[in-house]
Design a protein around this ligand. Structure first.
Ligand code: SF4
Ligand code: SF4
Length: 458
């Protein structure tokens, strides 16, 4: 029974370690020189799995947001507040501060199994230890805030910016702002954040159903401690009926970080840490019995059957996630290798002698590739056929260099070689890298205006 006793806590610590490792190393892992995820407001870029998307390609964001929300709905419907107890930085840092620093290292609290007990700060040594614990967690909180910033500012740039704080006040403000809030949250607000401030806590109950897995007290075995209205029975379970297994030791209540009694049923405050299940496993283990608090669904308890993981709702969420992921993949793989913006100048056209008409444009060539390129363009008709015999590029005459990730603005003049029909003609500008014409290119539609022939000069 000893194995069952500490099983959830040990597993949780392992998950904390893995989650922290992933979060801290993620911004430093690069694919093709780009981060796995970076939303840079500075460079107006999104890095996703090593691919760089410009701000004009942010059409991917809705897919990511849909995946994030559907993913949250799916996990919550399936396993309740699994995230809160097992991977949320708030919980991980609270465990580090309260259980590791204050309890295990500095001995300010007697035991992890009693989170209701106040710290003993009566001696000067205890006060010094408390300050030390605070300073250690404060440094860790600032590191965590920096880690959060790495998803918005590449780590290399972040370290360079903080050496010149006066010229990077916004970044410093965000970093220190997040850091100070995190310190305040971990040391002062504590689990009140999970209960009163976290928006996820508010929506979870809407997403729960009878098959959602959560910590559940088995009142069939243990006996009713609270009635259906949540009023506590004045008699302890075994006084109500000697067959009831709950010894009313209150270990499950003392160990709870949010100070609730799981025997009352599902409560908004429960962060799914399963400390109560471990505590009861220890008590019941000594009596040769299994824990009265287990991680299962209310339907499985009522019907005394296995938890139903595959059900209509969960299948639906998986299908939606798969569809959105497939769409994201398809749309993401169609990413253009360069970008082109075409604007008309205020002067739509210019009439020259011998029926020659010029049209002027401002074109912005954006090299989204990781290499510099010489760029140029050609003119096609609306069907994509060359019309070099009808229209010619007057300026620019030669290809021009666009550095990797940079933009180049060109004033473009296109002139007729022959008379055209009066009106707006659909044309396509096919811009390309001269050295990789078929790999790095983009096509944009625009119009060429040919005025009324009465206006034309001979
Ligand atoms: S009742 Fe308390 S100890 Fe049990 S899982 Fe919920 S938060 Fe954790
Ligand atoms: S730890 Fe188990 S036996 Fe003790 S009060 Fe809680 S449910 Fe009852």
């Amino acid at each position: 029974m000893q194995t069952e006793q500490s099983s959830y806590r040990k597993k949780r610590y392992l998950v904390y370690g893995i989650a922290s490792l992933i979060l801290f190393t993620f911004p430093f892992i690069k694919i093709h020189g780009n981060q796995i995820f970076l939303l840079s407001f500075d460079h107006k870029q999104l890095h996703l799995l090593g691919t760089v998307f410009d701000i004009q390609e942010f059409y991917l964001m809705p897919f990511l947001l849909i995946m994030l929300f559907v993913g949250i709905f799916f996990i919550t419907t399936l396993a309740g507040r699994m995230w809160c107890g097992w991977a949320c930085p708030q919980t991980i840092f609270r465990v580090m501060y309260r259980d590791l620093l204050q309890t295990k290292i500095f001995g300010l609290r007697k035991r992890i199994s009693n989170k209701q007990e106040k710290m003993d700060l009566s001696s000067p040594i205890a006060k010094i230890k408390a300050v030390l614990a605070f300073l250690i967690i404060a440094v860790l909180c600032l590191l965590a805030a920096a880690n959060l910033m790495f998803f918005f500012t590449p780590p290399g740039e972040f370290f360079a910016y903080i050496t010149d704080p006066l010229n990077h006040r916004i970044l410093m403000g965000f970093w220190l702002g997040f850091g100070c809030f995190f310190i305040l949250d971990i040391t002062f607000i504590r689990e009140n954040f999970c209960i009163y401030m976290c928006p996820y806590c508010r929506v979870q109950s809407v997403l729960y159903d009878n098959d959602t897995i959560m910590p559940i007290y088995n009142y069939y075995r243990g006996g009713m401690v609270y009635d259906t209205k949540g009023v506590k029975n004045p008699l302890a379970p075994q006084k109500q009926n000697p067959q009831n297994e709950c010894t009313n030791c209150n270990q499950c209540v003392r160990v709870c970080p949010t100070h609730i009694d799981i025997r009352k049923g599902m409560q908004l405050e429960c962060i799914n840490c399963l400390e109560c299940a471990d505590a009861c496993a220890s008590v019941m283990g000594k009596l040769g019995k299994k824990s009265l608090v287990t991680w299962r669904s209310s339907a499985s308890l009522e019907k005394n059957e296995k938890v139903k993981i595959v059900r209509f709702k969960t299948i639906g969420y998986v299908i939606i996630l798969a569809l959105v992921f497939a769409l994201l993949f398809i749309v993401g793989s169609k990413k253009e290798t360069m970008l082109l913006n075409i604007n008309r100048t205020t002067e739509l056209y210019e009439i020259r002698s011998h029926h020659v008409v010029d049209n002027n444009y401002i074109m912005l060539f954006h090299n989204t590739d990781t290499q510099d390129h010489m760029m140029y363009f050609e003119i096609l008709d609306g069907k994509g056929e060359s019309i070099a015999h009808l229209l010619e590029i007057v300026t620019p005459k030669e290809p021009f260099k666009v550095k990797a990730g940079k933009k180049n603005r060109q004033v473009v003049r296109i002139a007729t070689k022959e008379s055209l029909e009066k009106g707006d003609h659909d044309i396509i500008i096919r811009a390309f890298a001269v050295d990789a014409k078929d790999q790095v290119f983009v096509e944009r539609k625009t119009k060429f205006i040919y005025p009324d022939t009465k206006l034309l000069k001979d």
